[in-house]
Each structure stands twice: as structure tokens, then as C-alpha cells.
Ligand binder design. Sequence first.
Ligand SMILES: Nc1ncnc2c1ncn2[C@@H]1O[C@H](COP(=O)(O)OP(=O)(O)OP(=O)(O)O)[C@@H](O)[C@H]1O
Ligand SMILES: [Mg+2]
Length: 227
Amino acid sequence: MTDMIRVDALSKTYVLHTQGGVEIPVFAGAELSVAAGECVTLHGPSGAGKSTLLRCLYGNCKPDAGSIRVRHDGGEVDIATAAPRLVLEVRRRTLGYVSQFLRAIPRVPALDVVAEPLRALGVAEEAARTRAGELLARLRIPERLWHLAPATFSGGEQQRVNIARGFAAGHPILLLDEPTASLDARNRAVVIDLIGEAKATGTALVGVFHDDEVREAVSTRIHTLQG
Ligand SMILES: Nc1ncnc2c1ncn2[C@@H]1O[C@H](COP(=O)(O)OP(=O)(O)OP(=O)(O)O)[C@@H](O)[C@H]1O
Ligand SMILES: [Mg+2]
């Protein structure tokens, strides 16, 4: 497999057990492949299943059928069936994810939120903090906020911390769910640059981008979900 991600015959139906077992089919037989250096944009109407597909790729959502093969450690892991421990290992070394909202961990300062994925890879403390600071500075988080927990930050500030964390470790695969949704034009431009640099170093990206300008700037291919 030369692709970094290969999705085959993937199906997902949500079942609402607390609401009489109502079934919500999201996609059936979905196919997707992503090579190194590509940024594939998932596009389609609200409710089409873009976030669901990203969550499945990250192992946060169990598909009903199909496979999600990811290149990891010179081999291949099927995220759809991998044991939880292995999924965590794939996330540590291979798979990054920027969710739409930061799940702020109480009392953990922004600098540590960003440095944590680097520490998990064994990067020395000083180097991890330096790299985290560089990213926070690029994303215009004022230095006086670096040592505060992001829980009280504005929506846009939290999202920029989230983006810095997602890009910190330089994972070979990066999933982005509307990373620029609450950002102003200057910060959107920074994210466009970060995505461009990641592509140039061979990262495989899959993202959802609401903003036409961002989508046009970063996408190497558009993958349409019909809903
Ligand atoms: N946890 C869940 N449980 C049940 N149904 C869900 C769940 N998450 C999503 N859905 C349903 O699955 C469908 C797809 O949702 P999803 O969030 O993947 O759409 P989307 O394409 O990301 O939409 P948007 O552009 O609005 O973010 C929707 O109809 C939604 O109601
Ligand atoms: Mg979504």
C-alpha cells in the first residue's frame, strides 16, 4: 500500500438506543484513499457525515462494516478493527486530529496542552516547550496566556491552541475538522501556511473546511459526501 489511508466499503448507521432504536444511516460503501503530501477535503451538505467519517478515521466512531487501513510503523493497521491499545499507539505516532472544539483539560496550561504530543513521542522537555511556544506565537496566542489553562480562553483562542496541538508532533497523517471555523483572516492565513508546510513534508491530510478561500488554498482533491 503506497497510500497513507485507504478506506474500503465503509458503512455507518447510528442507532439511537435511548429513542426507540431509531436508525440514522450516514454512509454506506464509502471509499477513500489519501497519499502522502495530499490534502483531501471532505465536502457535502450539513449532516452528510463529514465529521462522522473523520471520527471513524481517528477510531472515535465504530463503523458497521468496511476497513480503514492506515500506514503505521512500516506496516498497516485497520483502525476499524484494531484493539484500543493499538489505536492509541497509532494516534501517538501516526495520526493527528484537530477536532472542531478543544476539549480543555482543567488546569493544564496552554503551553503544556501543545507540548504534550511531543513529550509522548519522547521529545525532551525543553525542546517540546520551545516547539510549542513557536506554534503558539505563530498562531498569535499572546505569551501572557501560555501559562494559563485554555478553559477561560475565547472560542478563537481555544481553537488556535487546538490547532497548535494538532500540528505540534508532525504526525504523518493529520485529520482536520473545520479548524478555521472561528478564526479571523490573519489566523486563517497561518493555518493555510501550516497545512502547506505539512503537505510539503509529506503529511497526508483529510479535512473539512467551511471557508471557500481556505478550501481552495489547501485542497489537492475534493471528496464529495452526498448525505
Ligand atoms: N453521536 C451521534 N449519534 C447519533 N447520530 C449522530 C451522531 N453524530 C452524528 N449523527 C448524525 O449523523 C449524521 C451526520 O452527522 P455529521 O456530524 O457527521 O455531519 P457533518 O457532515 O459533519 O455535518 P456538519 O457540516 O453540520 O458538521 C447527522 O444526521 C447526525 O444527526
Ligand atoms: Mg461536521
